[in-house]
Ligand binder design. Structure first.
Ligand code: TYC
Length: 102
């Protein structure tokens, strides 16, 4: 009985101190030059929105100056921003897309 059986080790329940990873909003900013149809295309292509939802968000950005496209972990948000900005520059549009911690 001097030797303790390893299989009998008791795992005490602990309160987890690990914080959930921070989330980031991906935002589109309004400008006077990017065509509305192009913004709708971006929202459908990179944020998996249907045309109706994409049109609603585009109009919100157009009227209010900015709008949220989605909320993601940091690396996914950063990838979405890069994809939107490079797609927009490829098509010679000045559309701006940024991320912000929630
Ligand atoms: N304001 C643009 C226009 O009138 C449309 C637009 C909407 C541009 C949303 C950017 O993020 C944007 N053509």
């Amino acid at each position: 009985m001097a030797q303790k059986n390893q299989l009998s080790t008791i795992l005490e329940p602990r309160v987890s101190k690990a914080k959930p990873p921070p989330l980031y909003k991906v935002l589109l900013l309004n400008d006077d030059f990017t065509p509305m149809e192009f913004v709708i295309e971006v929202l459908q292509r990179f944020f998996e929105m249907n045309r109706e939802r994409a049109t609603q968000i585009m109009l919100k950005v157009h009227q209010e100056g900015m709008g949220v496209c989605g909320v993601f972990p940091k690396d996914i948000a950063a990838t979405k921003v890069d994809l939107v900005v490079s797609f927009s520059r490829q098509h010679q549009h000045p559309l701006q897309c940024v991320m912000e911690e929630t």
